[in-house]
Write a protein that binds this ligand. Sequence first.
Ligand code: NAD
Length: 443
Amino acid sequence: MKITVIGTGYVGLVTGTCLAEMGNHVMCLDVDEKKIRILEEGGIPIHEPGLLEMVTRNRAAGRLQFTTDVIKAVNHGTLQFIGVGTPPDEDGSADLQYVLAAARNVGKHMTDYKVVINKSTVPVGTGDKVRAAVAEELKKRGSDVEFAVVSNPEFLKEGAAVEDFMRPDRIVVGGDDERAILLMRALYSPFIRNHDRLLVMDIKSAEFTKYAANSMLATRISFMNELALLSEKVGADIELVRKGIGSDPRIGYHFLYAGAGYGGSCFPKDVKALVKTASQNGVELQVLQAVEAANERQKHVLVDKVVARFGEDLTGRTFAIWGLAFKPNTDDMREAPSRVIIGELVRRGAKLRAYDPVAMPEAQRVMSDVKNLTFVDGQAQALEGADALVVITEWKEFKSPDFDLIKSSLKQPVVIDGRNLYDPQLMSTLGIEYTGIGRSAKP
Ligand code: NAD
């Protein structure tokens, strides 16, 4: 099939590349000339495991092209995927300007039947707005070319995006145009050969499903973070509690980790947007409001621990920071808890030596104005002469570190762990003063 993907970010680039991998001819469009230049020169503008190899292979096979030329891109595909950003507006609702601009471009330039597919995360009712935007442009030109609108929210996880796209848990398709649904089934059948995991529903339910999924996941995290706060007060260990409840299949182990708060480009904005949609419809989503408030508080928990140990005034103190990305295996710094934590520590006078395996260029870009923050080349360099180690992201390489080096490099062996990577008992045996999240149990 011939496919156009509008927006070549985390979702668009992975979607376009994985569809090309199955033999489709894909053209990816972006307004960002720099991104397209990097792609045309054989690189990729983001870090995503396995993506570069797949892009390279499909470009070489002539199935994957990149362009900034809107007319060429719209003419290319029968299927027009919209995968542009939907950042939060000032009031928390999703800003649809990029989605609607993309839809208008399709309407402006299409000359034959198109299926306009919304892959961006968009509020319930956006399908109607997209349809109206395309129709308005066609009307301006006096054209009566047919088109269909479909909702196909994306559930991939950054850091495992290629794997998720190639082996999806489910594919949600919202729409009522039979021809369009048939095309969507044909497109996705190679990805779900063994299990028919394509769920067809109406557009609004499909749009809602994406927000419901992210809100549920965010709820689990905030729930555990709140229990962790209580755990510390009552002398329990949230890690043991997690295992104790996760073994119940009704609960399960996924997304039950207490930590330094959730971040990224999706959970914070999607929770806010669903709360906003609800209030616009006269419904108060009390649970989700609490989920968001709990997360805001959680981003300060590590700072509170540093202050509890070293005092409110951190002038003259240096801290090693391990991990900047909002989660491992990505360079995404959007809404990363590290940004709040670093800002708060520096505001109190601390100097920071930070290391992240892949997110440092992006971190340098988004925190270029932060004073007293030095980016260093490795875990060991971050530790040199620091007063304590603060772990913010659970990269694999931080999970079994050289504890002797930690002890010998730090001024005093203090580890403040925002991801509960280490065993408190082992740390105590090693003579390391250790604080995790929600772990005050005495063995
Ligand atoms: P992104 O910011 O990485 O990429 C968006 C891209 O769209 C940018 O490169 C931008 O230049 C481009 N763009 C904007 N307007 C355009 C236009 N008119 N024409 C062509 N290109 C245009 O965003 P993302 O993380 O890929 O997210 C995209 C959407 O997918 C969002 O709605 C997001 O909520 C949703 N989503 C994201 C993820 C994720 O993990 N990142 C997962 C599922 C869903």
